[in-house]
Structure formats: C-alpha cells, structure tokens
Design a protein around this ligand. Structure first.
Ligand code: ZN
Length: 169
C-alpha cells in the first residue's frame, strides 16, 4: 500500500507563491500594487520571508493560510502599526469600506483625522471612562478645543454613525 507522503517545500516558497496570487487587499478590496503580508497580526517583510526555510507540506500550509492576509499599505498600517487609545479605528475603517459607498481616498481621510484626534486625546491624557460615557465622542468637541475643528467634527460625526450602526448590528 502506498502511503500518501506530502511533498515538502520551504515555507518561503509557499509565501512567495501566495504573494504572487494576491491581487486585492483582503480588508478594503483595493487592487494591490505594493502589498504587505500579515501573519497573526504581524507584518512579515521580504527579508523575514527569505529566512523562513523550514520545510512544510500542503496540509500545514493550508492551516497557516487561515491566519495569513495580504493587505495594502494603508490597511496594514491601521492593522499593525497603530495602537489606538480611544477610537476603534480598525473597526471604523472596515465599517466605512463595507457599509458605505465612500471612495478609498475619502475613507483614508476620515481614518487619518480620527487617528490624529486619537493622538491628541492621548497626549492630553483624556480620561478613558469619560470617553466611554454614553454622551459619546460628540462631547469631546466641547472639552477638547482641537476636536471642534470642522475636519475633526466631520470625522467624529462619522464615527458616531459607526457606533450607532454597531449598536444596531
Ligand atoms: Zn486595504
């Protein structure tokens, strides 16, 4: 009887093949020109891939792909490089992509504004329990002068829509 022995190849080979097959960002659907591979929430760069020479077979690879995503630069930055303090920026971004018809560049603008506002709040040590208070992010406008600027105001309004949507989801 022939036992089926899985052919083994280096993990780096699998990853390179995987990279070549990806055409669109997993999170926002944008066609990928420059892509970032993310495994278990960590970005794996070219050098790291080159060093992954352990031999694996298709079965192992299949299980690994469940935790592997190809993202555009923008989505990878939001997913991996940011530690939002107050706003759930990653979920907000996905909401805009999946629940609204906004363009990629508009979404980007909203996300960037909210990230900046998040940094302002962190720099001021804005109390977290106050932020979670049911009056919601709109209350910030009265308390944080920067938040009153129209570009932040608009982003906050969108974030409020997201929170509302999430509550009724
Ligand atoms: Zn993306």
């Amino acid at each position: 009887m022939l036992a089926k022995v899985g052919k083994k190849r280096p993990l780096s080979r699998y990853l390179k093949d995987f990279k070549h097959c990806q055409t669109h960002c997993c999170q926002c659907g944008k066609p990928l020109d420059r892509m970032t591979l993310v495994f278990r929430g960590q970005i794996i760069n070219k050098e790291a891939i080159a060093g992954m020479d352990q031999l694996i077979d298709d079965t192992v690879w299949q299980s690994l792909t469940k935790e592997l995503t190809a993202l555009c630069r923008f989505c990878s930055v939001i997913s991996c490089n940011s530690e939002p303090n107050y706003f759930d920026i990653k979920a907000f971004k996905q909401y805009l992509f999946e629940q609204t018809a906004m363009s990629h560049s508009t979404i980007r603008e909203y996300v960037v504004r909210l990230r900046r506002l998040d940094e302002i709040l962190a720099a001021r040590n804005y109390p977290h329990d106050k932020f979670e208070h049911p009056t919601g992010p709109q209350a910030l406008i009265e308390e944080i002068p920067d938040a009153g600027q129209s570009n932040y105001r608009i982003a906050l309004r969108k974030y409020d829509q997201y929170l509302h949507w999430q509550r009724n989801f």
